[in-house]
Design a protein. Structure first.
Length: 220
């Protein structure tokens, strides 16, 4: 039987993915949060999991080192999606990509005046497209984390970051001023693998869809 490799990241995505995998009859034999292994065997001989950095998931799948994976839309927008088939919105790890500023900063009037803002973010591509669409000139500053700090210490006037409850923004005296995109995790599949390993991949795809639909029915 054909073997498949699924790329996942630890943390939020893994926590929300484990029930979906279970619905497809797959569970890891080690807990990725405590295990130091990067390749995890599952209860199924022909399915293994690899644990990679969230932003690296599309890369492993694009090059076929993993046949499928689960990645946030935020990460996929930055990656560009080349070589990837994105058949399913998993409706997990939901949040919003937003522009945020200090709560004493008048963003609307800065936009109206055509002020040139400095924007700190790890999402350069998404931010560039968003401000270009608005016709705004911005200077983008690449960060790798803790974007909330940037407006507080004068590195930037605005940030582009993911927001779920808004509690982190509030705790840092920031406010969200613009939504760029709703974000959730997506199933991604290597385009060649889908053709070559359809017999193994398709049943998992179907099980994921069924599990998501069921989840939605119990929610309403
Ligand atoms: P690393 O911690 O390795 O730098 P990361 O910060 O991207 O990577 P996580 O914080 O676990 O890793 O985020 C993984 C994914 O979870 C993101 O790509 C995004 O899709 C989703 N996510 C991030 N923040 C939130 C949030 N506040 N609410 C819901 N989903 C989120
Ligand atoms: Mg993180």
């Amino acid at each position: 039987m054909t073997s498949i490799t699924i790329a996942l990241s630890k943390g939020r995505i893994f926590d929300d993915t484990a029930p979906l995998l279970k619905a497809a009859g797959v569970f890891a034999l080690d807990d990725p949060e405590t295990s130091r292994k990067l390749i995890l065997a599952t209860n199924r001989d022909n399915v293994r999991l690899i644990i990679v950095r969230a932003s690296d998931v599309p890369t492993y799948v694009q090059y076929g080192a993993a046949d499928m994976g689960i990645a946030g839309k935020d990460v996929l927008l930055e990656h560009g999606g080349s070589g990837l088939y994105q058949p399913l919105d998993l409706h997990i790890a939901c949040c919003r990509m937003m522009v945020a500023v200090r709560d004493d900063f008048d963003y609307e009037s800065a936009v109206r005046r055509g002020a040139r803002l400095r924007v700190a973010t790890k999402y350069l591509r998404t931010a560039r497209e968003h401000f270009a669409e608005k016709g705004m000139h911005v200077d983008l500053i690449k960060l790798y984390g803790s974007m909330e700090l940037a407006p507080l210490v004068g590195l930037a006037e605005a940030i582009v970051d993911l927001v779920s409850s808004g509690n982190t923004l509030k705790a840092n005296h920031l406010k969200a001023v613009e939504e760029i995109k709703p974000i959730s995790a997506r199933l991604i599949i290597n385009q060649a693998a889908l053709k070559l390993k359809r017999a193994t991949i398709q049943p998992m795809l179907d099980a994921f869809s069924a599990a998501i639909q069921q989840g939605e029915e119990t929610m309403v």
